[in-house]
Design a protein around this ligand. Structure first.
Ligand SMILES: C[S@@+](CC[C@H](N)C(=O)[O-])C[C@H]1O[C@@H](n2cnc3c(N)ncnc32)[C@H](O)[C@@H]1O
Length: 492
């Protein structure tokens, strides 16, 4: 779009719009040709905006012809998509703006239909048009309908100009144009970057004339493209780039392309970096995966080890419980052993005491025997003395006669001897009895010693049996096991 000039426009360049120089040249050529050929009929424009193309078309309207222009000029669009399109692309457009512009170039205004193009048929005489410019909505449905309207309005040799046949911003328009060419009977004559020129009549004659014209037009260049059975010249202004841009815009585009190429190179490098990084990431991912597998295996082994440790702990706990029980049994056995030892010691002490007592009794018996022997000896001595006394008495009695005084003395002596004998006899009896009693004691002591020795022997045998018993040995072993384990683990 060119910039609008404030005030009254004097040239088409002063009118805002998208109507470029090659199309201005072609519109003029087609309309002048119709003049030359005296082809008569009405002219139609669907989509006028501020009138840049309408002003040019208006130059070729004869007195008995009419130019009809149709535009919403800011009135409501028939559907939402169309509404979005006009709101975005043509904000603030008014019919008055168009009329002011148009009348700046022409005395006679066109027939203005401010309405959607869908109603334009009501204002046209079918088959009476010689030129139609379809440039309203670029949405597919609208464009297709507008082309159908143009077809019915145009005379057989009429020319239709379709905008947007390659518009990147409006693919719907391009689709509608190429559909009309493909299956709607439309035949191409030529094309510019913005518009395609065609007819539902015979395109060849007009194309040949056009090529002749182009051959002499220094400001236009073209190349021919084969489309279906047609050779279609695609033309542009010589000072425009092939895509219809001005040299200035093209330079800008080239800069943009250069920037894009630079950006693409940078992007390529970035992609290379990204790929290298990706590769590195993949390698790392592989390493991580291997590490993960290894970790999983390690964890598996650790879990198994843990399970084994748990089992070992359970076994150790059970073993410890058994050891504790064995220890308790060993302690009990030790206690019993200690008790037995105490009892053995007591028995041994008792035996020793008994032996001592037996020895003392023996000693006492020996002494008693000695005393008894002495008493016996004394008694025997006394018996002998009595015998001797009696002998003496007999001798004395024999000698009584011999000496009564002496007899008396002897009698006294005999009485004394008897007294002594009696005392000795008593003493002897007493000692004999004592000796018997001591002998009894000695016998009892000896029997006690024999009994205690027997008991001691039995106790020792029991003790040996206890010490040799399996449970005692196990108790000793189990008592030793925890101590050994503690020594091994260094634990408390
Ligand atoms: C690209 S402009 C026309 C430009 C004009 N032919 C020129 O060369 O300066 C398209 C115009 O079509 C009009 N338009 C869009 N949809 C329309 C519809 N459904 N009916 C009528 N006019 C419509 C817009 O208001 C706008 O003014």
């Amino acid at each position: 779009m060119t910039g609008s000039t404030p005030g009254t426009p004097r040239t088409l360049e002063d009118v805002d719009g998208w109507f470029g120089r090659p199309d201005q040249r072609l519109f003029t050529w087609f309309l002048e040709r119709q003049d030359r050929l005296d082809q008569r009929g009405d002219l139609l424009e669907l989509g006028t905006y501020l009138g840049r193309s309408a002003v040019l078309i208006g130059r070729h309207v004869r007195a008995d012809e009419r130019l009809t222009v149709c535009d919403l000029f800011g009135s409501p669009a028939p559907d939402e998509a169309n509404d979005r399109e006009v709101t975005r692309c043509y904000p603030g457009l008014t019919r008055a703006d168009f009329e002011r512009t148009y009348l700046a170039f022409h005395d006679r205004p066109p027939v203005v239909v401010q309405a959607p193009t869908s109603v334009i048929s009501d204002y046209l005489r079918p088959g009476r048009c010689r030129f139609a410019h379809v440039d309203a909505s670029h949405l597919y449905e609208h464009m297709a309908a507008d082309l159908a309207v143009a077809r019915s309005a145009l005379a057989p040799e009429g020319i239709v100009v379709c905008d947007g046949h390659r518009a990147v911003h409006a693919p719907g328009a391009a689709a509608a144009v190429w559909t009309a060419l493909d299956s709607g009977g439309l035949r191409p004559i030529c094309a510019t970057p913005s518009k395609l020129y065609g007819t539902w009549g015979d395109p060849d004659a007009v194309r040949d004339e056009l090529l002749a014209f182009l051959a002499g037009a220094d400001d236009l260049v073209h190349e021919t493209c084969r489309i279906a059975e047609y050779d279609v010249p695609f033309l542009r202004a010589r000072d425009e780039e092939p895509d219809g841009l001005s040299a200035e815009d093209a330079a800008e585009v080239r800069d943009a392309v250069q920037r894009a190429v630079t950006a693409e190179v940078a992007a390529g490098r970035a992609v290379e970096h990204a790929e290298a990084a990706e590769q590195r990431a993949e390698e790392l991912a592989e390493v991580a995966a291997a590490a993960e597998i290894e970790a999983a295996q390690t964890i598996g082994r650790a879990v198994k080890a843990e399970e084994r440790a748990e089992r070992a702990e359970e076994l150790a706990t059970a073993e410890a419980a058994r050891a504790a029980a064995a220890e308790e049994r060993a302690a009990a056995a030790e206690e019993r052993t200690a008790t037995a030892d105490t009892r053995i010691a007591a028995a041994e002490e008792l035996a020793a005491t008994a032996e001592e007592r037996a020895a003392a009794a023996d000693a006492r018996a020996v002494a008693a025997e000695e005393r008894a022997a002495a008493a016996e000896a004394e008694r025997e001595a006394l018996v002998r003395a009595r015998t001797e006394s009696e002998t003496s008495l007999r001798q004395a009695a024999e000698r009584t006669a011999e000496a009564e005084a002496e007899a008396k003395l002897q009698e006294e002596g005999r009485e004394l001897a008897e007294t002594a004998l009696r005392a000795a006899t008593e003493q002897h009896a007493r000692l004999t009895s004592e000796a018997g009693r001591l002998r009894d004691n000695l016998d009892a002591a000896r029997r006690e010693v024999i009994r205690l020795k027997g008991q001691l022997r039995r106790t020792r045998m029991q003790l040996r049996a206890i010490r040799n018993s399996r449970s005692f040995r196990m108790g000793r072993a189990l008592t030793a096991t925890p101590r050994a384990m503690r020594r091994m683990t260094g634990g408390s």
